[in-house]
Each structure stands twice: as C-alpha cells, then as structure tokens.
Design a protein around this ligand. Sequence first.
Ligand code: M6R
Length: 364
Amino acid sequence: EKAGYKHFMLKEIYEQPRGIIDTIREKYSLEDGEIYFGEIDFEKIKDIKKITIVACGTSWHAGLVGKFYIENLAKIPVEVDIASEFRYRNPIIDEETLLLPISQSGETADTIAALRLSRKSGAKVVSICNVVGSTIARESDGVIYTHAGPEIGVASTKAFTTQLVSLFLFALFLAQKRNKLSNDAIKNYLGELIRLPEKIEAVLKHDSYIEKIARDFIHYKNFLYLGRHYNYPIALEGALKLKEISYIHAEGYPAGEMKHGPIALIDKDMPVFVLGTKSEVYDKILSNVEEVKARSGIVISTVTEGDVDIRGKSDYVVEVPHCINELTPFLNSVVIQLFAYHCANLLGLDVDQPRNLAKSVTVE
Ligand code: M6R
C-alpha cells in the first residue's frame, strides 16, 4: 500500500499536489470568480465578529497561517489557540464568535473539548477535518473536508497542506461574501491557486538534492528554523517535523526575534534553516541571514528561483518556483518535510511510527 515508496510519509509528501486538487475541486469557478462552500450555511455565520481557531500540533501551525489569510483577505479578527491552552483559560467566546477547529483525525481530545466548551457559550462551529464522520465533524455546524485521503504516517504532511488550502479558500469565500475583495482580485488569487500543484511538483523534483543536504546534517544535535510572516508558522512546522521523526532538537522562531535571545546560541554547531522565499519581508530575512553568518552559523535556505542575495549568503540552497506571498508556505513546507524525512531515514529511524507518538491523540 506504500505504492513503491519506502515509507508512508514519503508517499504522503508526494500526494500533496493531488490532495490540494481534490480539496479545492468544485469549490470555485475561475470564470466567474465565485467561491462555493455548499457545506456551510453562510446565513448562520454572517454576523460573526471574530474567528477563533483551535487546534494542536501541525494543525495549530495551519491555523497560524490561516489567521494571516483570514485577516488579510476577509478582514475579520482571528485568534489562534492551542486547544489544550484554550480549554483551561476562560476564553472569551459568544454568539458572535465563529469557532474553527482544525484537525486531521477529528478525534483529538483537547480540540474536541475546546469545541464543546465554545458551543456552550453559543459559538457557531465550522471545522476543518480530514476524517468523514469523526467526532469533530459530527459536532460542528459545518465541516470543510480536506481531501488528503488517509494519512498513515504519524508526521502530518498532506493533511497540513490541504488544511492550508482550505483556509486560503475559506478566507477568499469570506472576503467575497463580505465584499472585501473585488471580483478581479478573487480571480487573480484563484488563478494563482490552480497553478500551485504544479509548483509543488517542481519542488518535489529537488527530493534527491534535499537528501544530499540532509546527509551533511544528520549528526548535528540542534537546529534553528527561521521564517517571518506567512512563513513563521512554517518555521515552527519545520522544527516540529525534525524533532518528531529524527529526534534532532530544533526550534522555530520568527526571524525578528533572534536578537531577543536565540542569537546567543548561534555558532558552527547550530545550523539554521531559513525560509527565504521572495516576499515583502525579504530584506528583513536577508539581514537575519547576515547576522547568523557573522556568528559562524551554517545556513540552509529556501529561495525563490533566480534569487541572488540570500543565495549568496547561504551555505546550502533549495530553489522553489515564483509564487505570490500567500502561497509560499506550501512550497516551503514541502522542503522542510523532505528534509526531516531524509534526516530520519538516513538515521535509520522508524519514520512512520516515531517513538512515544500516536497518530491521533485521543487522551489529554
Ligand atoms: O488529528 P489532529 O490534526 O487533531 O492532530 C493534531 C496533532 O496531534 C498532529 O498534528 C501532530 O502534531 C502531528 N504528529 C504532527 O506531525
């Protein structure tokens, strides 16, 4: 059932273009610039004043990107909480709140508890789930299903990118309904979105090159991942993936925080993985890379094709295709997933079933 791949995780990384296509299928018309979410009764949620996203682990990282999408495109305030924190902190939730739980399995205990708690306070619930008929799906007013297909590897990969694409489309949907974007702007975004799967394919072509890079790093004990804005959550995700399957300690940081502490760690034994794709914060990241190099840090970066500056300062570079800012998290995700995968595989570890972990965390 691994279809010739050595591990489910690798197979699932490769299934991402397909998962994205299946997730957005029939949800838009490119000609009219229309977005459809038949599964959501917009009348029920049209008066919401804020959105609260709750999730755990990788799904929480998707939520962090989702906040940027929804706030930037639909102009609705969004807070994102780790479900296990949310449920014990007396969150402010009322009838004007839309609760948006994100969960691959739909069975994560803390996320379920956060959903039930919010319902009691009158919140409407629209969830993003991969498993049809799961507890979270059943207890929601509306469900946006990710069509990733079954995810077997404990490390979440295709569930993550299909969550991201659902959030992006949902943000466009809300923007359209609330007249926050022109029809032309929506058409432009949709046009970019449908080119995404082939760009992911292009990143997948770097697989063996990424494996080669991984070979040089498997004996390091620590890693830092840096990103900003849309790619700050991807830095967190990169660190989580590496920890989870290769047992190499890693931390993700918003790059601007370096000066506030973590830069003290930088030396030749602390490689830094930089998400350096072209964006409005590109120059900021470039100076973060310079700070790392000035302290003898080793830098691996992702850059956009044709990039000169970050490439020039980096020790290792993975190139990804041009795309709009909003969609760079997808391309960077594939790189960090493959990197973590190859580190774990080269170390001979049980990639699909890392120690101490379960695929779905049904106890708190
Ligand atoms: O099924 P869920 O999306 O609710 O699961 C949440 C986390 O347990 C999950 O994303 C976990 O962090 C993954 N193992 C990360 O790869």
